[in-house]
Write a protein of this length. Sequence first.
Length: 764
Amino acid sequence: MKKLRLLLALLAASLVCAALPAATLAEAQTAADTALARNDLTAYRGWIKFLRFEAETAVARHGADSPQAKEKTDRLADWVQRIAADPQLLGKLRGVQEWAYESPADGSGQPFKLVIPSDYDAARPTPLSVSMHGYSGNHLEHSTGAAPHDGNFEAYVLGRGRGGWYTGLSQADVLHVIDYIEAHWNIDARRIHLGGGSMGGGATFKLGSRYPHRFASGQITCGYTLQEAFGNLTTFPIYATHSDDDPVVPVMHAHSAYHQLREAGNQVIFDRTNGYGHAVWDYADGNARSAVWGPQQVLPLSTDVRHIDFTALDCAAVRGWWAEVAQWGPAPKPARFVLTACPQNLLQADLTNVDALRLRLAESPLDRTQPLQISVNGAVPFTVAAPLPESLVLVRQNATWTTVAALPADPRRMHTPGGPIQVYDGSPLLIVYGTHGDAATQAALRTAAEAASKTAHSEWAEDAGEKGPDGAYHEQNLYGRLPVKADTAVTEADLKGHNLVLIGTASENAVVARLAAQLPVQFADGKIRCSDGAELPGAGAMLGLVHYNPVDPQRLLFWVAADTAAAYAPGAVVPAFGREYFFGADLYVADTASGALRATRSFDNAWAWTPDRESSPLLPARLASNQALALAVAEATRLETGADFAVAHRLAPLGDTAITTGVTRLADIEPLFYHNGIDVIEVTGAELLAVAPKLAPQDTGWRAWMRLTPALDTTKIDPARRYRIALPMFSVGPLGRATLLAPRVQQRTGLFVDDALLRHFEQL
């Protein structure tokens, strides 16, 4: 009988669809606009916008009468009709669905695939598994095996594009998908699991470390690590598979992370194999074990987490369980807090570059009915009387610490290092280009804005590289461009409601001119003048400034300006600084012709310039080339670790000439290595000799250039001896891809490249 009823329902639906005449795009757009205006259909706004985008794109690309356009237009019309007729439709969906949410960043509909359990019961919290695709994939191609089932939700995210690297808006996309699903279905907050392969495996590390209180586990396939703070992952169980012969994501990219996490007591299963190359997702036995392991993991209760070790890298991720950075310390460095809830209601706090820490006592294991003793950095404890409030702020006052109910109100956003990627945190975003200057300048500014609109981060995309079957470049946003406006079209509401990307000088961009008096940098007459009186040479230069938006101080802006029209071309060096990594400076100045860095500067936690640049030593002319500077950086890591050798690799995105002699100082390059850790591997002399030809200086392109320091003398290598090699974070992947080394001994030292440069500069 159930089968008969199902067949009759399908037949009725097909007859209704057959009776509907094919809609024109204009008719479908009108119906979509009507639905979007209805307050009872807000849950569907993203899906409707996405379907309309696809229909409009198909018409533009193939013509209104093409089969592709008719299919997409009919799809839009059909869904809008169904949604308008039944506002409760969302709760009735089951099985495999492509869906979309409305992005707060740009108002677009961003898609994902969702498997809604066939037995979903809104009264029962249900687990959610979130899967992130690898480079070149998308939410559909990554989920071809998705099928209806009972039990848990599955979400397959896009991350804005095939190659968004899950940073900036690409990472925000994952969080927005989860937020949307949690808002519309009853999700078990203690059973949200992350997983992914390759680029998606790296993303599992990223999100797990940035938001440890949100995720129950990570299932990582051939993943990699970059700037992640591994103390953040101590409550994040991991099941990882990797093949020793992976030529794309070398096993060295993650080996030391797993080792460090196990040493810290974290649950890590490293299911290491060989013979699969990069396609370790075909490792059936490992996949089967991981599939059994994953659903068993449960996020701890916050009140059970007695030890927290959290490092914050930027303003978008400052919380570790029941504590969060409320005010950064004065240095342009990461902020770290290590908390232990001890017996007798004693809180032991070790704080590094933190001036204020908010404690969520109601979510902590501390007893609010008893007095609280707090010891900061090993000092004699002080006492907070009972009963304890739900939250309080631990704050530095001169050389001592105390607690307050709340910090004084500050209309400005908290300053943190991190660089331009912070502007792409998922908040409303607007790109504004100037319309003043000669014809070449106006055209260049518009081109720069269009290039900026194509990516999920600050880099200005070039129309180059790999493409998908739809003709879209992997590195670019797949569904829509970020909003762009000419300076003359910008309204007061635009300025107040958005993070801003401003392109052009004050003489080129009217919005920059309007804000100029409130910005800490002026760029005119061949000079870059800072508000504290410092000057930098501006002729032939491009600058990038990250600052709070003076019109809406809780939002950020990224201002990019140059003194020549040619500097605004796609691929420009300054926007590229925010492509994948966090950086420690707020102002970057580079030579537009060579790509050489001129200078960087940073703000302290009160948005005042840090004072240490002028006392920093100038870099000598012998370090001006990219290769020479890379060798010096590598040598600093060798000295810092006491290793026998270190790996030098090209420093991106700097040009062949990496620094500007007579201008660039040690303090200028230090922020480029913000939270760049150093690994040490051990290899035998025989292994070292075997890979030596692959480490010789090469002339096959900048990505291939790599060598050891000190230079390898093969006649002095003992094949039986073990040698230690220091690896700066950014050299691990290139070394592994060039050599396929899979060392069994690899240590994450806890040391950092920027500190090594400061300590050993005089020896370089």
